[in-house]
Design a protein around this ligand. Structure first.
Ligand code: NAD
Length: 476
C-alpha cells in the first residue's frame, strides 16, 4: 500500500506541517489513529484571508487561456497521481480502493470540463440605438470559502475549488478533518500546476471556529458547503450576516419508484450496486424503494439476495465490494434507526448488525414494510440500508416520493413513456435518473431543491455560481 501523505495546512503557498495543535485521523477499518493533522490558529486564518484577497487580484488578472492551461495541467497531475491519492482516500475514509481511484479520476474529468469553461464566459450585448451600447459581463464573485464533507474526500473539495478557480476567484477550502488527504491532494495539484499559492489554500481546525472566522470577514464574498441540512442552515445564517452568496449541497432521502412494467432485473442489479456504493454514505444514495404491489415480492427478494452477496472488508483488499463506514457515528446511527424501524413494525430481511469489534463495519441491510412514522423513513440514514415498501400505484408513489422536505436525487424504473414524462415533471428533486443509476456528470448541474440546498456545482452552472453579473451602459 502506498504511504499516506504528510498532512499539512496550505497557506499562501506555504506547507505547514508542524508547530500547531493536531487532531488525529482514524483508520475506519481498525478504528486506530494513524496520522496527525495540524490545526490552523486564528492568526493562520487571518493570514489566509489576506492571501485570498491578494490572490484574487492576481488570479482574476490571468487570461482565460492561461487559467485553462493551468487547470488542465492540474487535471493531468491528478490523473498521474490517482493510484496514490486513491490509496490515501481508502485509508482515511474506508471505501474500496477501486471506488477511491474512480473518485480521483472523476475529479480530473470535472476539472478538465471546468478548464474549458474558462473560455466560455461570454456575457451578452443588449440592443441599443446608435450612440449607445450596453453589455452584460460576468465577473468572478471574489474570494470563496468552501467547507466539505468526508464522504468524497477529493470530489467534494474539487467541486469547491474547480468552479471557483475557473471563474477567476481565489478559494480557501476546509476539507473534512476526518478525511484530509484527498482534498489536500486536489489543492496540491493546483499549486503544482501553477495556481498561485495565495489563490488556492487549505485549512483545518475546529469546523465551527473556522467557518465563523472566515465568514466573519468581509474579504469572503461567497460560501459553499457540502454536508448535513442542519449545518447547512447554520452556515447559511452566518453567511447572511455578511450577505455572502451561498451554495449548499445538503442531504437527501432518495426515492426509487419501481413500476410493474419495469425491467426488474436491470433495476435490481443497478440499484443494489448503487445503494451499497461507499457503504451508502452518498448524498444521492437510493433509500426509499417504493415498489408497485405486483412486483413487490420479486423486487424485495431479489434485493435481499444481492445485499447478502456483497463482500464487506478492508477497502484495500481487491475482493472488497463494500468497506467500513467512515466513522463511529455511522454504524451507531444505523443501529439506532434499524431498532426504531423494527419497533414500529418494519421487517428486517438482511443485515442489521455491526461486523466485528474493530473499525466501523456494518452489514448491508434491508428493511421492508416500514411505516412512515419510523425515523428512517424521515431522516437520511446515510449508510448501507435500503427500505423497500409496497405501493398501490403511481399517485401514491409520487405522493410518498415528494412527502419529505428533501429533494436531491430520485430514481424511477418504467418502460412506459407516459409515466416517464409525468415523473420528469412531477418529482420534486434536483436530479432524476429514469431507468438508470447515474445522476452525476461533469457537464450537468448537481444540486437539490427544498432542504437539500440551493445553488449548483458541476456543469456550466458550477462556474456561473462563482460569478456575478455587471451591466455596463455606455453612451458615446
Ligand atoms: P455534518 O454536516 O456535521 O458534517 C459534514 C462536514 O461538515 C464535516 O466534514 C464537518 O467537518 C463539516 N462541518 C460541520 N460543522 C461545520 C461548521 N459549523 N462549519 C464548517 N464545517 C462544518 O455531518 P456529519 O455528522 O458528518 O454527517 C451527518 C449527516 O450529514 C449525514 O448523515 C448526512 O445526512 C449528512 N451529510 C451529507 C453529505 C452530502 O454529501 N450532502 C455529506 C456528509 C454528511
Amino acid at each position: 500500500m502506498s504511504d499516506y501523505p504528510q498532512l499539512s495546512l496550505l497557506i499562501g503557498g506555504e506547507t505547514i506541517t508542524s508547530g500547531r495543535e493536531t487532531v488525529d485521523v482514524l483508520d475506519p477499518a481498525s478504528g486506530e489513529a494513524f496520522a496527525a493533522l495540524p490545526r490552523a490558529t486564528s492568526a493562520d486564518l487571518d493570514t489566509a484571508l489576506g492571501h485570498a484577497e491578494a490572490g484574487f487580484a492576481k488570479w482574476r488578472a490571468t487570461s482565460a487561456d492561461e487559467r485553462e492551461a493551468i487547470l488542465r495541467k492540474a487535471a493531468g497531475l491528478i490523473r498521474e497521481r490517482a493510484k496514490d491519492i486513491g490509496a490515501a482516500i481508502t485509508r482515511e475514509q474506508g471505501k474500496p480502493v477501486k471506488e477511491a481511484i474512480g473518485e480521483t479520476i472523476y475529479c480530473a474529468m470535472l476539472l478538465e470540463f471546468y478548464a474549458g469553461e474558462c473560455k466560455r464566459n461570454y456575457g451578452r450585448t443588449l440592443v441599443r440605438p446608435d450612440g449607445q451600447r450596453a453589455e452584460v459581463r460576468h465577473e468572478p464573485v471574489g474570494p470563496i470559502a468552501g467547507f466539505s464533507a468526508w464522504n468524497f474526500p477529493a470530489l467534494n473539495v474539487m467541486r469547491k475549488i474547480g468552479g471557483a478557480l475557473a471563474a477567476g476567484c481565489s478559494v480557501i477550502v476546509k476539507p473534512s478533518e476526518e478525511t484530509p488527504a484527498g482534498g489536500l491532494a486536489m489543492v496540491q495539484a493546483m499549486l503544482d500546476a501553477g495556481v498561485p499559492g495565495e489563490a488556492c489554500q487549505a485549512v483545518f481546525g475546529v469546523p465551527d471556529e473556522i467557518s465563523r472566522h472566515l465568514l466573519g470577514s468581509p474579504i469572503i464574498r461567497k460560501m459553499t458547503f457540502t454536508g448535513s441540512t442542519a449545518v447547512g442552515k447554520h452556515l447559511a445564517a452566518l453567511a447572511a450576516e455578511n450577505l455572502q452568496r451561498a451554495t449548499l449541497e445538503l442531504g437527501g432521502h432518495g426515492p426509487v419508484l419501481v413500476f410493474e412494467d419495469a425491467d426488474i432485473d436491470k433495476a435490481l442489479d443497478t440499484m443494489a450496486a448503487n445503494k451499497f456504493r461507499n457503504a451508502g454514505q452518498v448524498c444521492v444514495s437510493p433509500t426509499r424503494f417504493l415498489v408497485e404491489e405486483g412486483v413487490f415480492e420479486r423486487f424485495r427478494d431479489g434485493f435481499v439476495e444481492r445485499a447478502k452477496a456483497i463482500t464487506v472488508g478492508n477497502g484495500m483488499d481487491k475482493e472488497t465490494q463494500m468497506g467500513p463506514m467512515a466513522s463511529e457515528r455511522g454504524p451507531d446511527g444505523i443501529q439506532a434507526k434499524v431498532a426504531d424501524a423494527r419497533d414500529k413494525g418494519g421487517r428486517l430481511l438482511a443485515g442489521g448488525e455491526r461486523i466485528g469489534n474493530q473499525g466501523f463495519f456494518h452489514q448491508p441491510t434491508v428493511l421492508a414494510e416500514v411505516p412512515i412514522d419510523a425515523e428512517i423513513m424521515n431522516e437520511e440514514p446515510f449508510g448501507p440500508v435500503a427500505i423497500i415498501n409496497p405501493m398501490p400505484g403511481y399517485d401514491a408513489m409520487i405522493k410518498e416520493a415528494n412527502r419529505l422536505p428533501y429533494g436531491l436525487a430520485a430514481y424511477a424504473w418504467t418502460q412506459n413513456a407516459g409515466k416517464r414524462a409525468r415523473l420528469a415533471s412531477e418529482i420534486e428533486s434536483g436530479m432524476i435518473a429514469i431507468n438508470g443509476g447515474g445522476v452525476s456528470a461533469v457537464d450537468a448541474p448537481f444540486g437539490g431543491v427544498k432542504w437539500s440546498g440551493y445553488g449548483l456545482e458541476d456543469g456550466a452552472e458550477g462556474v456561473a455560481a462563482c460569478m456575478v453579473s455587471k451591466t455596463v451602459h455606455e453612451t458615446f
